[in-house]
Design a protein around this ligand. Structure first.
Ligand SMILES: *[C@@H]1O[C@H](CO)[C@@H](O)[C@H](O)[C@H]1NC(C)=O
Length: 403
């Protein structure tokens, strides 16, 4: 993997368990000229690794078919280039410890809204050993990622973790410090809380990942970013409905047929949750990676315009019956905590009370700049906003000018 391949584009490794929002995030990455996708490490997560593996092929095939019927749109997908095929490797098939938990209730048995059953024309004949979209690697996902990090200059590669952090933890085990990576993560801590503990929580006996350039996108920040299905219908696919009227390949582009074919089931499930929109979790992570290129060691940590963050220290629940994957912050020693011995019933009645015990303190950092606190995980607590992402996503992936 020659470093001379690098251009002004940000070299990225994408660690993913391609389910519904991962696939849209991957489509966004492929459509983004700021990124140079070097490799994918495919893992378990939303579904099992075999389904994950075939889903990424489906996404690339959809773009391939789209470009065959719309050759003039080639420039819209700068990372779909047969001359620069990304590496594709298998990552872990389960967490570091404990039982495998997946999210098939949401993403479908195959991770893509049961697309295989509902749309046999979009399924793939397994197993695929050779393919024209990727350079298949016989190495592990951790192996290819470490090779890439070693062959690129320090601090030049962004590692985008869209799935459980197991692969990143395996990399740490193999090569104590992948010190030249700039990870961006949106993750389901639930899937592998052991990996989170190993990576993000240093103890005197165990040093985790160097966290100075690590960005985490918690769910409370990604959740308000949505693709409302009425906007998808209006802008992308006027025939988009739901599982009762499955997408038909006939009257639409292959890419739109592909996305509608898995989003139609996602919509049914989101409606049961009371929301007529897709939450853009993984998409926010890719957007963050696009807008926040890696910084050199000599540059102070800062975030692009519109992004805000603060460092948080936490513990993670690993074995809880109900709270597995939950982050626990001990706030007894916060500067805003009550002094020991305070009568809280009294204190909470005091209108001049200025201690806050509900929710995190609001970040008052200057826009885009993060101060140089040393410990904790840098958690993004502000983005340029859901409206900006919606417009950006519709334009990049489906070529729609919206808003
Ligand atoms: C705390 O304050 C409440 C309300 O004034 C009072 O009823 C209670 O006895 C106090 N508790 C202690 C331990 O002093």
């Amino acid at each position: 993997m020659p470093p001379d391949r690098a251009t002004t584009r940000i070299p990225v490794i994408i660690d993913t368990d391609p389910g519904v929002d991962d696939i849209i995030a991957i489509l966004l990455a492929i459509a983004s000229p700021e990124l140079d996708i070097l490799a994918y490490s495919i893992s378990y997560g939303n579904t099992d690794i075999e389904s994950s593996w075939s889903n990424i092929f489906k996404a690339y095939r959809a773009i391939d078919l789209h470009l065959k019927s719309n050759p003039s749109e080639k420039a819209r997908f700068p990372n779909f280039d047969v001359k620069r095929k990304p590496l594709l490797a298998r990552g872990p098939s389960g967490p570091l410890e404990g039982a495998l938990h997946s999210a098939e209730y949401f993403h479908g048995r195959d991770g893509l809204g049961d697309i295989d059953i509902r749309h046999p024309e979009l399924s793939l004949e397994a197993p695929l050993d050779t393919h024209s979209y990727f350079q298949l690697s016989s190495q592990s996902g951790a192996g290819i990622a470490l090779d890439i990090l070693r062959s690129y200059p320090a601090r030049s590669v962004t590692y985008i973790a869209l799935g459980p952090l197991t692969n990143l933890a395996l990399m740490m085990r193999e090569n104590n410090v992948p010190g030249n990576t700039s990870p961006v993560a949106e993750f389901n801590f639930f899937a592998d809380p052991y990996a989170v503990k190993e990576l993000l929580l240093s103890t005197p006996l165990h040093r985790g990942l160097p966290l100075d350039r690590f960005l985490m996108l918690p769910l409370d920040i990604t959740t308000p970013h949505e693709l409302p299905f009425n906007i998808y219908r209006k802008e992308v696919d006027p025939m988009f409905e739901n599982t009762n009227t499955p997408s038909s390949a006939k009257a639409k582009s292959p890419l739109t047929h592909f996305t509608s074919s898995f989003l139609e089931r996602t919509r049914e499930i989101m409606l049961q949750f009371g929301k007529d929109a897709l939450e853009l979790h993984d998409i926010v992570a890719v957007w963050c990676a696009i807008e926040n290129p890696p910084l050199l060691d000599t540059e102070p940590m800062s975030l692009a315009q519109g992004w805000k963050g603060a460092r948080r220290e936490f513990q993670i629940e690993r074995t809880g019956e109900i709270t597995r994957g939950m982050l626990i912050t001990d706030r007894r020693e916060d500067e805003m905590a009550y002094p020991l011995g305070t009568n809280r019933s009294e204190a909470q009645r005091d209108p001049n009370e200025n201690h806050h015990h509900i929710g995190y303190p609001v970040s008052n950092k200057a826009n885009g700049v993060v101060c140089d606190e040393l410990s904790g995980v840098l958690c993004i607590d502000g983005t340029p906003g859901p409206a900006k992402l919606l417009k950006f996503l519709l334009h990049r992936v489906w070529g729609r000018v919206f808003g």
